[in-house]
Design a protein around this ligand. Structure first.
Ligand SMILES: [Zn+2]
Length: 219
């Protein structure tokens, strides 16, 4: 799954676990937590393989224990944002060591990236995230002039760097050769652009809020 899918599904799953009446969820944090498990892409040098322990629920349960003790069920949407990455996204599109440390078996449905099914899953996630954020008021908040929106810069940078990584690394994507795949690639690229625009607007609004605060200080 692309960072796009991991991020939008992180938001959707976080909203599912936010409880009723719905706790406010901090969207930039949820989007970043949605791709956090892929930090293991940078840990190969110290011997941690991609899709292994950092893609297992037990590992994150240990990390989240202090947060559950401090914040109780309010930590749940953020935990859901992290674990959906591999229990949902990478499990469908790929395979992961979900049973670590009890077994190093790689489990998953191994749907190919940029295949029809992958693009459908990512598109549905984007559509659901749009609907949920619209109805919950989150969309209005992330597009408002608020200093917190500056932090949207982080998921924006993560999304843009993943787009650059894939644009030079297309060769790993199967099915690219046939025409259907090209249309699917076009669709997924447009979805990346749409999400990048929303995240850029939000970051811009955060920067505007900062500028306002600074201006008020000197006038
Ligand atoms: Zn992953």
């Amino acid at each position: 799954m692309f960072f796009l899918g991991h991020m939008v599904w992180a938001y959707v799953w976080a909203a599912v676990f936010a409880g009723k009446p719905r706790e406010k969820i901090f969207v930039p944090a949820v989007l970043m937590l949605g791709v956090l498990a892929d930090v293991d892409l940078f840990l190969r040098r110290i011997g941690v393989q991609h899709h292994t322990l950092v893609h297992s629920p037990i590992f994150w349960l240990l990390i989240f224990t202090p947060f559950f003790i401090m914040y109780r069920q309010r930590a749940l949407p953020y935990f859901a944002a992290v674990v959906q990455h591999f229990l949902f996204g990478d499990f469908l599109v790929g395979s992961v060591m979900v049973l670590w440390p009890f077994s190093s078996l790689l489990l998953g449905l191994n749907v190919s990236m940029s295949s029809l099914l992958d693009v459908i899953i990512e598109t549905v996630g984007l559509a659901l995230a749009a609907i949920v954020s619209y109805h919950s008021g989150d969309l209005r908040f992330i597009l408002s002039v608020d200093i917190h929106n500056m932090l949207m810069m982080l998921p924006l940078m993560a999304l843009l760097s993943s787009m650059m990584w894939f644009s030079v690394d297309w060769a790993i994507i199967p099915l690219l050769g046939n025409i259907w795949s090209r249309k699917l690639v076009t669709a997924i690229v447009f979805e990346h652009i749409a999400l990048a625009i929303v995240l850029s607007l939000s970051t811009f609004q955060g920067l505007r809020a900062l500028a306002k605060i600074q201006l008020a200080r000197y006038t």
